[in-house]
Design a protein around this ligand. Structure first.
Ligand SMILES: Cc1cc2nc3c(=O)[nH]c(=O)nc-3n(C[C@H](O)[C@H](O)[C@H](O)COP(=O)(O)O)c2cc1C
Length: 228
């Protein structure tokens, strides 16, 4: 039976894990990781990617997840969209993860390290401080037109989940526009990172959890609508 995850709590408690226990993946672990992969849905009109576990161990993780993916803005967004859903599903099972641009397997834009979180060591604390990983831009900055006063609380929760999305070097290169009580628009940088798709995933799983359904549509390059 499909697990119902509390994505809102997962998004609020997730952060990049850069320290891992020494742990070789068992067959049960691999099955659990592939179950998380199977829980992800693609962006409308795009394919489900063929995610694989590579036996590579950057930062002492137990393996890395990656998929081959084209480099168009839509394909990159789809990579981030599926990848972040996997990250959240893995977190629900106690796995730590970190998106990792520094490791790119052939045909993939970046990877996701996976492993059992360990006590943080100096190097990862430094990395987190350098990337200012604990910080996020304010909602005021991200919603230039402001959030209308009497808008549904659901809009605030969806926008907050989008705000908390991880991004390469914590750039958070996106902005939001509130269209109505049941729709927001997210605009983001396209380029070499899948960040925009990651942000869309956070918004979509939150809207889906609260409203029971969510539709993500591409309006133009780098601009997507999330409606519920
Ligand atoms: C697409 C992408 C690529 C990233 N690449 C790296 C990387 O190469 N090395 C690294 O230490 N962190 C990397 N990160 C992690 C970010 O630095 C981190 O997500 C950001 O600082 C926010 O911190 P948090 O994930 O702890 O909330 C990457 C994140 C994303 C989304």
């Amino acid at each position: 039976m499909k697990k119902e995850l509390n994505y809102i709590d997962l998004i609020r408690s997730r952060n990049s894990t850069r320290d891992y226990e020494q742990h070789a993946l068992t067959d049960t672990d691999r099955a659990q990781i592939m179950e998380a992969v199977a829980s992800a849905v693609p962006l409308d009109g795009l394919v489900l990617l063929d995610w694989k576990i590579a036996d590579r161990f950057p930062m002492g993780c137990s393996g890395i997840l990656y998929a081959e993916c084209g480099s168009s803005d839509e394909e990159l967004a789809n990579y981030g969209y599926q990848g972040e859903q996997i990250v959240l599903a893995l977190l629900a099972d106690g796995w730590g993860t970190c998106w990792y641009y520094q490791v790119r397997l052939p045909g993939s834009p970046c990877s996701i390290t996976v492993g059992k979180p360990a006590t943080r060591r100096v190097r990862s604390v430094v990395m987190s401080v350098l990337s200012r990983g604990q910080t996020r831009k304010s909602m005021e900055l991200l919603v230039p037109n402001g959030i209308p006063e009497h808008v549904s609380p659901l809009v605030h929760t969806v926008a907050e989940s989008a705000r908390l999305a991880p991004s390469a070097m914590n750039r958070q290169s996106w902005s939001f526009e509130v269209i109505s009580d049941t729709q927001i628009v997210i605009k983001g940088d396209t380029g070499r990172f899948p960040d925009l798709g990651i942000c869309l995933a956070n918004a979509m799983v939150t809207a889906r959890q609260l409203a029971g359904t969510a539709t993500v549509s591409r309006l133009s390059e780098g601009t997507y609508s999330i409606a519920w």
